[in-house]
Design a binder for this molecule. Sequence first.
Ligand SMILES: [Zn+2]
Length: 610
Amino acid sequence: MFLFCSLSLCFEITARDILARSVKFSRVEASPAAPEIIYTVSMSKPWSHLLEVEMHFRWAQMPAQAELKMPVWTPGSYLIREYARHVQDFAVRNANGKELNWRKTNKNTWQIDTTGSDEIVAAYRVYANELTVRTNELNDDHAFWNSSALLMFPKDQLKISSTLRIIPYGDWKIATALAPVTGRTNTFRAENFDNLYDSPFEVGNFKEVLFTVEGKPHRMIFSGEGNYDPKQIATDVPKIVEEAHKIFGELPYDNYTFIVNLRGGGNGLEHMNSTALEFYRFGFKPDGSYKGFLSLVAHEYFHAFNVKRIRPDVLGPFDYENENYTKLLWLAEGGTEYYSGLLLRRAGLITDKDILGNASQHIQRLQTIPGRFETSLEDASFDAWIKGYRPDENSVNNQISYYEKGAIVAMLLDLTIRVDSGGTRSLDDVLRYLYKEFHKKDRNYAPQDLQKACELMAGHTLDDFFSKYVRGKVEIDYGPVFKGIGLDLQIKERSKTRGYTGLDLSENNGVLSVNSVTSGAPAYDQGINAGDQVVAVDGYRASQSFLQNYLVDRKPGDKIRLTIFRFDKLREIDFTLGTNERKDYSFTPLASPTDKQKQLYRDYIGAELN
Ligand SMILES: [Zn+2]
């Protein structure tokens, strides 16, 4: 049953052997001046977790020293990931099979002495044993890869096209959104490196759910077993696509592929014509968990519009060797998170109460973190590379999530525009405007373009809104905005008669550890540190359940003695219980909403205000 093709039989132990035996590079049609690249990706020994890459590079202007580079990050996930660290067995020869000298000149660059040859063939293997939407995995079950974590590019040649030939293991099938080359088996063509790196691959014996929207084929690939219902998926997911189509009036691709790897996690990565998703094998039931899957699908799908086509300033074309800084991730991510809920609601897949419950949870979390006074949405976007993707125990005190606050501010913008335009405009119009004026004209938008578009739809300046809530870090005044659509954001104090420690604890193998310490909480003011291990309370062994029971009747001002390990030393701390200053947020209809408020609510969320 293992149907190796001829080239994969050529693979032996190392890439050096591949070079000695692989087939002669067949020249393809191209202008003499244009560099030509053909990759071959094979996987002859899946159990080794090594993906085998052969890269033929031909160029009439081949420099004396050619440089091949691995990307250091992948668009959509704003962290330097150093994909070069998984490259091994690099070797290179010329078209006649003569080995060429090479050296690494920095962490991700291989410099090759081309000795007058206009064609070089590099081969290397990439260790692939990490299943995330940003990395690569090869094992007995399947291969999944993010092309920016696998394929090298020639220095300064990101605009050139390339051909990619896949040699699957055994009878494995291939799924990718990259355009197939007519007449050639398992061969694909990328217009440029943004297109190539934007195209993940799944190779294996996956299942497919197919559907068509607006005449365009869509497929959802499931790799791995799980409790999903293909019929339900084929009914629900098209509705999400249809709702996005209603906003933009078109589906900007020929076909779309959802690649779903079933194992764990709820992650996704957006691409132009596809998305890679990870979801829990048995997370499709009960209904609440299934809605979580649909929400993930809607989020990543909406990115096909917001971020992949409505592009913030620096996000495409990309620099694959450095951080790409933008202040707009709050709209790219928070706005997309907001729209994932709206799409599901408009598709009838969740209720208006689901939307409002989700919004009140976002608000509640934002309002509990002191970081909201330290970092603005633009700051959080800009620093995603060093903060957003690298949370630590102090994040609660000096950071915000641009997903969470971004979703809240997108909602406030939407409602402001709806109310101030008398219900004639919304954030949909802003996105449509950006799509038409920027994407359609092949331009990226800047922060000031977004503000102008919002002001155009609201009919007046929004400088106060943007300077406070987008560029600034002042407390958000929610009330007046929600009142506009007939909602009252109710804020309830927690009990002031119950003693409170403010300890954020986790329990592993019987050890209670402090995760983080929120500034202003009793634990913070009394010198508890993140990482402290709470051993005992008043001489009793501490556990989460013991603390809950033991402190249930204690009052603010009561004293307890904490025994903790800080690093390797035991300490006693006399601790005074305080009060819990956190508040609970929920929505209720105004007591006497006007007809206009009722209408705006109905237009917004497709339900009656009650
Ligand atoms: Zn996203």
